[in-house]
Design a protein around this ligand. Structure first.
Ligand code: SAH
Length: 246
């Protein structure tokens, strides 16, 4: 009798271990295919960027009903009218930052927290600002739960940057302003780079560099479509969701 009990327990132990293993496998396979078909084929070459895109569980950053679509070739809604960017755009912007591992990075537009999670293992510290309070709170909670200890999330207006922690080695903006915000250039180190989409209807992904002589260089990469980077003064004061902290 004792032996039968033991065999039954052993069976359930092996069975639950096997299903857990398949659970982990389903997204890793999808992430692998995503990296091959969407990133490598389109020319992303940085091995570290490809590795982190392969190892980060993107499905945990999208609403539960969209988890199955998390590794497909497009942006997805994350609530509050906002979106998580297409995997290729996340990888391209990360590659364009030309990271070496020692940087302090500023991200404008935390959204789901996915881009911050991609940056986390590639740099020293990530400071991320989100203007929609509920998104900032959710991303902060998620990133903490997932042990991304070098990511700091703040609810606030990205047009102001994050003066207490400036200057930054690099800045990434994941919402589109009409023009390059001067405050962000001011908060960037000499030799630093700012990767951002600029424009209203027609947007260009740009790399802005602050050169040794203080000159600003600007390079257009590709056409893109991002949600607009909004100004806090245009947000209704009576909406408690949108109160801005300084
Ligand atoms: N990086 C995100 C994608 C964000 S979508 C991710 O990986 O999921 C763009 C985000 O920018 C939205 O969440 C939007 O609310 C935010 N945003 C727009 N204007 C902003 C501003 N002025 N300051 C900070 N965040 C802003």
């Amino acid at each position: 009798m004792y032996q039968i009990k033991f065999v039954i327990i052993l069976f359930f132990f092996c069975f639950s271990y096997a299903t857990e293993k398949t659970d982990a496998d389903w997204w890793q396979k999808k992430a692998e295919i995503m990296v091959k078909n969407q990133l490598e084929r389109r020319g992303i070459q940085n091995e570290e960027v490809l590795r982190v895109m392969r190892e980060t569980p993107r499905h945990l950053f999208v609403p539960e009903n969209l988890m199955e679509e998390a590794y497909e070739d497009g942006p997805l809604p994350i609530g509050e009218g906002q979106t998580i960017s297409q995997p290729y755009i996340v990888a391209l912007m990360t590659e364009l930052l030309e990271l070496n591992g020692n940087e302090r990075i500023l991200e404008i537009g935390t959204g789901s927290g996915y881009q911050a999670a991609i940056l986390s293992p590639l740099v020293k510290e990530v400071y991320s600002i989100e203007i929609v309070k509920s998104l900032a709170q959710n991303a902060d909670k998620k990133l903490k739960e997932m042990q991304y200890h070098n990511v700091m999330v703040k609810w606030g207006d990205g047009y102001k940057g994050w003066a207490e922690h400036a200057p930054f080695d690099a800045i990434i903006v994941t919402a589109a302003p009409d023009q390059v915000p001067q405050t962000l250039i001011d908060q960037m180190k000499i030799g630093g780079r700012l990767v951002l989409p600029v424009g209203t209807c027609f947007q260009k992904l740009k790399v802005v560099s602050k050169m040794r002589d203080g000159e600003i260089g600007e390079k257009n990469i590709i056409s893109v479509r991002f949600v607009p980077m909004v100004h806090s003064e245009k947000i209704p004061r009576d909406s408690s969701k949108f109160q801005i902290s300084d």
